[in-house]
Design a protein around this ligand. Structure first.
Ligand code: ATP
Length: 430
């Protein structure tokens, strides 16, 4: 009886079309299971009766279409039930997208029009409007229906595919695991190296273009992916250059469904500029009241966790290797911000601005300490901007006397390529 009294187990009964919103405690995990009925977490159904472990700080909702009872064990920062959600409108969007996938599939097998594409959805809106969460639901619902949509994440600040500072794409074949997140077989990753696009707007655009071109090529040879389409997540920066970058992404990926979350002004601006394109639908969607706002400090922290997760795994289940290399073994480059051309070398009247896509070698010194570097697939330095990356290393020590660098790498042995790319991305291992 004493054990039962001190136990933190509680049951929550959810009515149809309502959700249990949870913020897991800061230091302790939470266990949760579905006792009866049916429920999903951001589009992925919960298995009956099986305990799931949620790590500290995770924020999520358990939603039910027809009613469910949930059992929870552990501390939470908050947990409450909400019966007002935008889920019906979200699933209606999914139904429309599904119809378009079916059309695309039917027309590609009839060969009447082999260029038929599935929907290319782009989700836009201010920070903390629930963009990543909506992407996740649309992807999981599609995967549940046996489609294989491609998830494209253009958010270099809070991306969900790999380390911050990157844009990336990966096919989604199964509903996304509520705890583990997106499973990564072979994501296609481009390294930008900064967590804000204003550092080098031209580079950001160039990488978006590279990623889009590669996906376009993959789609040509893969009717299943083509019919399934894409779901593209974007950054919360929607003013000025941020807005320009949204238009650039819409154009570059040939997006034909624009989902605007939580901002009337952005919706009407996009509807007006895209009015001339009859094949593009701009749809306004309500933001969920469950979306948790995160301040700059929280965002900084979650970037840091994301890098940690890359090396150590989400549950500390990976063991990265510490390696030592000679200065001469590492060929490090940076993009943009290189030395300016002398005025005498330029046409009359031209200003000596640095080429934003110029690749320059970096000398190894103490500044490299705590830097996260990408391992590029480039064969030559001048291919660095157009090449995707294999992964990342983290510099843990620089010995200037012995000219040795110590770095953390997810695997032992040689790096898959000798060209490393540096930006302003750093990490303090804690
Ligand atoms: P960003 O500004 O980084 O682009 P975003 O618009 O993509 O943010 P999300 O990451 O989708 O926003 O949501 C912010 C946080 O709110 C996330 O931690 C997410 O898990 C949480 N969240 C979203 N919807 C709900 C909900 N209905 N109930 C509880 N938590 C939620």
């Amino acid at each position: 009886a004493a054990a039962a009294a001190s136990s933190s187990i509680k049951q929550v009964k959810l009515e149809r079309e309502s959700e249990l919103r949870i913020e897991v405690a800061n230091d302790t995990p939470l266990r949760l299971r579905l006792l009866n009925g049916t429920a999903e977490i951001f589009g992925t159904e919960l298995p009956p009766e099986m305990w799931l472990n949620f790590p500290p700080r995770l924020k999520f909702a358990v939603f039910t279409w027809y009613g469910a009872t949930i059992e929870m064990d552990g501390a939470t920062e908050t947990d409450y039930t909400a019966d007002e959600t935008p889920m019906v409108s979200y699933v209606n969007v999914h139904a429309v997208l599904d119809g378009r996938r079916k059309l695309a599939k039917a027309s590609s097998s009839s060969a009447a029009d082999s260029t038929q594409q599935g929907p290319r959805v782009i989700v836009v809106g201010p920070t903390d409007s629930g963009k990543s969460t909506l992407c996740r639901m649309l992807l999981s619902w599609a995967a549940k229906g046996a489609w294989k949509p491609t998830f494209v994440d253009l958010d270099i600040g809070q991306g969900s595919i790999t380390s911050p500072g990157c844009i990336a794409a990966t096919p989604i074949e199964l509903p996304i695991d509520p705890v583990e997140g997106i499973s990564l077989d072979m994501p296609l990753v481009y390294f930008y190296g900064h967590t804000t696009p204003s550092q080098n707007v031209d580079l950001y655009k160039a990488l978006v273009k590279e990623l889009a071109q590669i996906l376009e090529k993959q789609f040509t040879g893969n009717a299943e992916s083509r019919a399934s389409g894409m779901v593209i997540n974007t950054m919360g920066w929607i003013e000025g250059v941020g807005y320009e970058l949204l238009l650039h992404a819409i154009d570059t990926f040939n997006a034909n469904v624009i989902l605007v979350l939580g901002q009337e002004k952005l919706f009407s601006m996009l509807r007006d500029v895209l009015r001339s394109k009859p094949n593009v639908d701009v749809v306004k969607l309500q933001k969920s009241g469950g979306v948790v706002s995160r301040n700059a400090k929280f965002r900084q922290k979650s970037r840091s966790y994301k890098i940690r997760e890359y090396f150590y795994g989400i549950a500390n289940d990976l063991s990265p290797h510490s390696n030592i290399a000679n200065f001469s073994d590492l060929l490090i480059y940076r993009v943009g911000g290189g030395p300016q051309a002398p005025r005498s070398a330029l046409p009359i009247g031209a200003d000596p601005v640095a080429n934003p896509l110029r690749v320059t070698p970096v000398n190894i010194d103490r500044d490299l300490l705590h830097v996260v570097l990408a391992v590029s697939y480039a064969q030559e330095p001048d291919q660095i901007v157009s090449s995707n990356v294999a992964g990342f290393i983290y510099i843990t020590d620089i010995d200037l006397q012995r000219r040795k660098v110590t770095y953390l790498s997810p695997t032992a042995g040689d790096l898959p390529s000798k060209y490393l790319v540096m930006g302003t991305l750093t990490w303090l291992e804690t």
